[in-house]
Design a protein around this ligand. Structure first.
Ligand code: AMP
Ligand code: MG
Length: 438
């Protein structure tokens, strides 16, 4: 089924955030289906591990080896055959016949009444299945140890070959947004490079006559263009290719030219500004010629106006794919909120990620928060910890949609659901951290 971005807007004049998300996901799914009919051999590429962070794994990674590759010791201690153990508390005495170090296995074999001094990670010698930790033993004589035998059972303190991962089993599933631990895991299997989805090409532009690039003198009535830089930072977290189309003035010719150029190069275009009432008419007209784009009023704060849809393939573009288009609001905080709420998941979905939603958690509001039912709000806040150890959250000052400092000082959003009213101090609220820990 083909989804037009305009369908959703016909249903309601103020779109619920969840409905907007669903409409976006449905359209991205259509684009993915369409792409399957386009022969693009370059869709998957190989990335060296040190370049693979935040790329999307293109195929299940099957382990080429057992992990660990051999039975080994989980402790520093003495390895022996556990068959000799009794369940009573009498002491047992064993003669130490050698040492096994990590990376230096013991070549001989261990007989009855004998043991081997062994370090954590060292391969278990033939004939041994149990390790008594060093601290449970005492020296009876030179090269003779003694310990109470009811302190452990046969097989203890030994890691089995293939215990973490069996050869041929999936270590990482296709679609994973690769994190540091995934790169370490791949390396631990001896794999030096990974098949990853090609980097999405994402064009960004800022629209507005008042915009001036940082580093230049500010004309009267102008403001600096901050959106392209916060967007660049947000996109860089996804390790994709950014095409910076700069600042575009509020005239139909420049705007149309910029959209055509972006559509000829990029998989996705993200613009900011020019979609609010009064300005949108002009953008709408261009969009009717260049693609199928809905102009949404979303029941959210900040970030009410947003355009979303596709630009038609420009002639000569190879592969002849449509370009996904997000026309974000101009306000700097609204740009970041709408990116977080809609764009990030769409980019991940388009690039084949199997998980697109960032995790939510909860904290206790330290102070009351005013909230009108009927819209989803994204307030900027600092997550901390109360005297009782519970997570607490406090808004960062003025919450105006243009006040970037509220974002910069915050470490999380407080997300207040559509139906929710005022929040009292002490209420639990949903929060989304800006940075994951791993
Ligand atoms: P607009 O949606 O174009 O009406 O913009 C809404 C508000 O955001 C206006 O105050 C703009 O000046 C401001 N704005 C738009 N684009 C940017 C930008 N790239 N950087 C900073 N502020 C912007
Ligand atoms: Mg504008």
């Amino acid at each position: 089924m083909s989804h037009s971005p305009n369908q959703a807007i016909l249903l309601t004049s103020s779109l619920h955030v969840d409905d907007a998300r669903k409409a976006i996901a449905a359209l991205v799914e259509d684009l993915i289906e369409e792409s399957k009919t386009i022969n693009d051999p370059a869709d998957v590429e190989t990335a060296a591990l040190d370049q693979a962070i935040n790329r999307i794994l293109a195929a299940d990674l099957l382990s080429p080896i057992d992990v660990p590759a051999a039975d080994n010791s989980a402790m520093d201690g003495f390895a022996f055959d556990g068959k000799c153990l009794d369940t009573n508390s009498t002491a047992i005495t064993l003669r130490v016949v050698g040492t096994a170090l990590a990376g230096k296995p013991f070549e001989g074999s261990i007989g009855p009444g004998e043991c081997l001094k062994i370090m954590t990670g060292a391969v278990m010698p033939a004939g041994c299945d149990t390790v008594i930790p060093q601290e449970f033993t005492s020296a009876k004589d030179e090269n003779v140890i003694e310990f109470k035998q009811d302190q452990l059972r046969p097989g203890e303190n030994r890691r089995l070959r293939g215990e973490d991962l069996k050869k041929g089993k999936p270590a990482i599933a296709a679609g994973r947004l690769l994190r540091p631990s995934d790169l370490g895991l791949a390396a631990s299997l001896g794999i030096a490079s990974l098949p990853v989805k090609r980097k999405l090409k994402v064009a960004i532009l800022s629209s507005g006559d008042e915009l001036c690039a940082p580093g230049q003198a500010l004309d009267a009535g102008s403001i600096y263009d901050s959106n392209r830089y916060s967007l660049t930072g947000l996109l860089n977290r996804l390790n994709l290719e950014i095409i910076d189309c700069g600042i575009v003035h509020d005239d139909p010719v420049s705007l149309k030219q910029a959209f055509i150029e972006a559509a000829s190069k990029a998989d996705v275009l993200i613009s900011s500004g020019g979609v609010s009432v009064g300005e949108a008419d002009f953008t709408k007209q261009i969009m009717q010629e260049l693609g199928d784009v809905g102009f949404w009023k979303i029941a959210m704060r900040p970030g009410r106006p947003m355009a979303f849809g596709v630009l038609k393939p420009v002639s000569g573009k190879f592969p002849a794919r449509k370009t996904l288009f997000f026309g974000l609001p101009g306000n700097p905080v609204a740009v970041m909120v709408t990116f977080y709420q809609f764009v990030r998941a769409a980019l991940l979905q388009l690039n084949g990620a199997n998980q697109t939603e960032p995790p939510l958690t909860q904290a206790i509001a330290e102070a009351p928060i005013r909230k009108k039912p009927g819209r989803t709000e994204f307030q900027r806040a600092i997550l901390g910890r109360g005297a009782d150890g519970k997570p607490t959250v406090l808004l960062t000052g003025s919450q105006g949609a243009g006040i970037l400092r509220s974002m910069s000082e915050a470490n999380c959003f407080v997300i207040l659901a559509h139906e929710q009213g005022n929040v009292a101090a002490g209420d639990w609220v949903d929060i989304a951290l800006f940075d994951g820990l791993l």
